[in-house]
Every structure is written in C-alpha cells, then in structure tokens.
Write a protein that binds this ligand. Structure first.
Ligand SMILES: [Zn+2]
Length: 410
C-alpha cells in the first residue's frame, strides 16, 4: 500500500511537471482530458503505474486539475510538487463497481490491485446505501485509516417551517470555548497549550537526530503522534458538544466568523486554531441536517457591544468580562450577552413573526430560550405582549410569550 501511495505522489509530480513544461515551452495549457489520455498510454509501458488501480490514478489527475482550476480563479497558490514523505493518501472514486469491498465479518477491506487488508471497523456500516468513495490515508504518525463515503445514509430531514420551541444562540470565544444563550459555559480546553511542553521536548530531540537516520524517522513520528492526539482530543470534544447542541435545540444560531482574518493577529492565532470553532460549526451543521434542526449563521458585528435588553451600543474594552449598559444600567456578562444577541438575530433571520431587529428598535425576545430565563418586564422596557399590542398585532402561535417567573440569571 505504501508503494501505491508512492506511485500516486510520483504521478502527481510527473503530471505537474508535464503541465509546467508544456506551458513554459509552447505556452500551451494542458487539460484534464489530455492528461487522462496520456495516462492510458503511459500505463502500457510503466509497470509502476500499471500496478495502480486505473481510477485511483485518474483521481490523482482530477485533483491536480482541480488544484489548477482554483489557481486560475485566484483561490489558491500554484500547485506544488509533493516531496517524499511516508504519509499520503489514495482515493477509489467509484467503489460501487467492486473496486473496494468491506467485509465486516472477517474484519477486512478488499482494495482492488492491493488485496485484502486487515481493518478494524469502528462503527456499523449502513445496509441499504451505496458505497461511493474510499480514501486510504496514512497519517504522518504512521497510522492507516480508510474513510468510506456512502450515499443516502439517511434521507435528510426536511427542514420545514415549524414553530421553534427551543432556540439557542452560541457565542464562540477564547476565554470560554462556547457560551450559550441559556447560560452554559464550556471552558476553552487548550489541548495544544497543554501538549506544548511535550511537543517542545519532542521537537528538540528531533532536531538533534542525524539527517536521514532511522532515529530521525522515529522522532518525527513521535512528534506527529503528539499532534495527532491533540487533533483527536479536539474532534472528540467538538463531536460531543455538537451532539448535545443538536439534541436539545431546534434552532441553533452561530456567529458567521471570518476565522481566516482573525488568525492574522499573531498573538491570538494559536489559541484560535486551538479552539477549532470551524470544526464545531461544521460538526453541528451536518448533525443538524440529519435531525432536521435549523442552523443559522448570523452577522456577528457589534454582538458584544449591543445590549440584549435595550439595544444600546456600549463601548467595551477587550479585557472587560462584565460591563454596565449605558442605556439601561444593567450589568451584563459580555459573552452571555453576545450569545443572546446571536440568538435574537437568528430568530429574526428565520422570520418567526419578527422583523429584522435593528439596535434602535430592539425589544425583548418573544421566544425564550430556556425555561429558566423569562421575559423581561421591567420599567422602561416594552413587554413583548405590549409590543404586539402597540403594533396592532395579536401574538401568533409561533410566539410563545411566557409569563414572568423571576429571572435567576440576573
Ligand atoms: Zn441596556
């Protein structure tokens, strides 16, 4: 299998070199189809290529073509040559034709042109679904994985316009990883920071090893193992968090983050990468789609400054965790307030009988997030019921206006 991965890398480099050469010599562009045709010719003469499953080789060229398309659209840099490593991957794009056959009973996976490989299945395979692609990956730490993609595992739940009963706003942060609008805080686990000491030690040992020695390979693998562990810890936490979010709520609001831009600030970039917000949102997204939960990404601008109760924009310094609203005088927790603003905007976005809220005309939420928090009915604030009367509406079915029960949060 390692030779197959090596052949794929070789093919990538050869194909890339061919494209470069054709362009430099004759200003000719090379199409995917042209290279595909070349591949067929090459396979007759080259035993290394012939040993590779035809579709696996085609997939390499397809990926190279995609890389060039992205380069032409200025979405990515110029495709680069792959240097020799012991890690890599190969993809069977159409497994349903029999090129890949998983055998759960015998604990093995048949890969065409490679043979039967011993595997450990870590979950049940879907029965009535089409096996589409299989990617065999060798991680830098030396572990092998096969990822099988099935089509139509479960028909996606139709997200019909139901009345939302338990919406939730989520604020992503660095102090706490997430703060939800019902007051749950999950601290930032800082997996990378915690592993840093060991990583530093391992890096140092690696740098002392002689070049091209076996001990250097071993040391490099140890560093990779440490990184792989951090990645697993992160993914594990994010899977658990996203599962919980989707289980208990039927509308989840996230801030649409521009993580790429945020990472540019260097002193925070490591912590931002370590937080893996993008992964959490991605996991929640697919789990929500399976369950029929709505996930809304809202504009996050001014979410920390805007008061959730009165809509006043406050000036807050970065370090401040709590602040006093200049409009209504309430003491607000920065993250909790932000998550409620996200919630408010998410509800406005799905249009549950509420117009898009602007800071100036914000009034208390018609739908409450939890049983714990209740509607705000303080002096100077228009209550939800009253707000509707003022506007000449009756509360619609979708708007659950709960009675004030006293608010333990404040
Ligand atoms: Zn206020």
């Amino acid at each position: 299998m390692l030779t197959a991965i090596g052949s794929c890398r070789h093919l990538w480099n050869e194909a890339l070199a061919q494209r470069k050469e054709r362009w430099q010599k004759g200003r000719k562009s090379t199409s995917y189809n042209h290279q595909q045709w070349m591949l067929t010719q090459e396979r007759r003469a080259n035993s290394e290529l012939a040993a590779l499953h035809s579709q696996v080789a085609q997939d390499v060229l397809r990926r190279l073509d995609k890389a060039f398309q992205r380069f032409f659209k200025h979405q990515a840099g110029h495709p680069r040559f792959k240097r020799f490593t012991t890690s890599g991957s190969l993809t069977y794009p159409q497994c349903y034709n029999g090129s890949v056959r998983p055998d759960v009973l015998r604990g093995r996976l048949y890969l065409s042109k490679i043979g039967n490989v011993k595997v450990v299945f870590h979950r049940m395979l879907p029965k009535e679904a089409l096996l589409k692609t299989c990617t065999v990956i060798r991680e830098p730490c030396g572990e092998w994985y096969a990822s099988l993609v099935y089509e139509d595992i479960m028909p996606l739940q139709n997200v019909i316009a139901r009345h939302i009963t338990s919406p939730l706003g989520v604020d992503l942060g660095l102090k706490s990883l997430i703060v939800t609008s019902d007051g749950v805080e999950v601290p930032h686990p800082r997996f990378l920071r915690k592993a840093e000491k060991r990583l530093k030690h391992l890096q140092k040992t690696l740098s002392r090893k002689k070049k091209d020695s076996k001990n250097r390979v071993k040391a490099r693998r140890r560093v990779a193992s440490c990184h792989a562990k951090v990645a697993r810890q992160r993914a594990d936490l994010n899977h658990k968090l996203s599962a919980n979010l989707v289980k208990e709520h039927d509308l989840i609001g996230f801030e649409a983050l521009q993580i790429k831009n945020m990472v540019k600030s260097h002193n925070l970039s490591k912590s931002i990468h370590d937080a893996a917000w993008g992964q959490l949102v991605r996991f929640t997204e697919y789990k929500a789609a399976l369950k029929g939960t709505r996930l809304v990404k809202v504009d996050g601008s001014y979410s920390t400054q805007e008061c959730f109760h009165c809509g006043t924009l406050n000036r807050i310094n970065l370090g401040e965790r709590d602040f006093v609203c200049s409009g209504c005088g309430r003491i607000l927790n920065r993250d909790l307030n932000a998550s409620r603003i996200v919630l408010k905007r998410a509800i406005a976005k799905v249009g549950q009988g509420m117009p898009e809220l602007k800071p100036a005309e914000t009034w208390p939420l018609l739908v409450w997030t939890t049983r714990r928090a209740s509607e705000v009915k303080d002096a100077g604030t228009i209550g939800a019921q009253k707000a509707l009367e003022v506007r000449g509406n009756k509360p619609t079915e979708g708007c659950h206006v709960e009675n004030a029960r006293g608010d333990p949060d404040r």
